[in-house]
Design a protein around this ligand. Sequence first.
Ligand SMILES: CC(=O)SCCNC(=O)CCNC(=O)[C@H](O)C(C)(C)COP(=O)(O)OP(=O)(O)OC[C@H]1O[C@@H](n2cnc3c(N)ncnc32)[C@H](O)[C@@H]1OP(=O)(O)O
Length: 426
Amino acid sequence: MGNSFDGDAVETVNGIQIRAVAEDEVAAWDRALALGFLRSHVESAAEYRRLQWEPGRMLGAFDEGRCIATFRSFDVELTVPGGATVQADAVTGVTVSATHRRRGLLSAMMRRDLTAARARGSAVAVLIAAEYNIYGRYGFGPATRGHGWDVDLQRSRGLRDGVPTVPGGRIDFVTMEEARKIGPELHDRWRLTQPGALARDDVWWKRNTGEVNVPGFEFKEPFVAVHRDAQGAATGLVAYRVDDTWDGSYPNCTLTVVDFFALDRATAAELWRFVFSVDWVRKVVAENIGPDDPLPLLLQDPRAATPYEDNADFTWLRVLDVEAAFNARTYGAPGRVVLDVEDRLGFAAGRWAIEVAADGTGRCTPTEDAADLALGASELGTLYLGGETLPRLAAAGLVTELRPGAAAAADLLLRTPLLAWNPDNF
Ligand SMILES: CC(=O)SCCNC(=O)CCNC(=O)[C@H](O)C(C)(C)COP(=O)(O)OP(=O)(O)OC[C@H]1O[C@@H](n2cnc3c(N)ncnc32)[C@H](O)[C@@H]1OP(=O)(O)O
């Protein structure tokens, strides 16, 4: 399965060359990306793209020397249930020019990248899908959901009595420069508590604090506030923007939370208490805080929180190395399940036994035993982080029970105490 993959190889698909993009070709690649994302009006982001360039990881398709398709991947740590991390191949910047679509160019670039990723030791690949129906064919399945809330502050009447506080804690606004200093270490600690979370690199912090500008994505400086405990240690961060809306002579502002993470529940409650107390604000929009976040239950009136309009599938995941992936995560209950996986691209194909010990650790091995459940690689990706239940997939006809009751029984194993969530687009 591709251990001999040659990163410099040039493939030809229907007369079109597919190959890695050299550093001095990044401007042409960036232009093709802009056109592919229907952004012909956007000025060159080549300077920014050069920060992302790594040998062999930006692919392009070339027709008579013109770049007409783009694809990029980078390695990132993904937190799995239990708090371990696995190396993930993050796929992004996928475009094929309208002049060259449906000739197999995406399929060729994807095959090439996934083969190289498996050879590099990535246990999984992840991406954010522009459209639902593109990536299932390559073995990706929806693995986390975005989940947010709109909160009407007059109706909510603030936080319930008895919601935890942090005695001696404090909240301060920080400058963008301070956010770049405090944020990365804080986020690195937080992400290990959240299955589905991805590491943020240096470029992420630069882009989201305005140090690096990306043409077409105009940076508007947010308010960034950091919570510290009584000892002065940073324990949480919130970033938000506020519009300037007035209803006649009455302030009627909406505060939109764009980043929120806390190392413990009491810090989270303090940050929400702060966000809900900002003068002039009548509505708080938390665009994406995760499906398990208890926010509505912290309010005096939980009905004041209504689901955010864009709640949908977010990270898509593809298992590349079944043993590495399923050995890394922990499980909800002891037991054993045998999965029969069909995978057109081969990486996850076969019959796999997952045996879970009393302490919740699991061992995944190939087996000849009779299978309990049959499923495709895409469904395996959906199940991996615990973002979906087996009975629900079986009810939808996406997983087949080969033994009656197998879906419910295996679900007890795969269950996670905290639903997977990833706040970061990439
Ligand atoms: C991670 C990201 O970057 S998400 C962003 C994805 N990019 C976009 O949405 C930008 C606009 N769209 C595009 O650039 C292109 O249409 C792409 C990249 C989605 C597809 O590229 P193509 O080269 O046309 O795909 P390719 O020819 O390899 O198609 C492979 C298969 O996927 C199918 N397919 C491709 N795009 C879509 C789609 N948008 N919806 C449903 N099916 C699709 C094809 O029909 C084909 O099916 P088949 O295998 O049954 O024959």
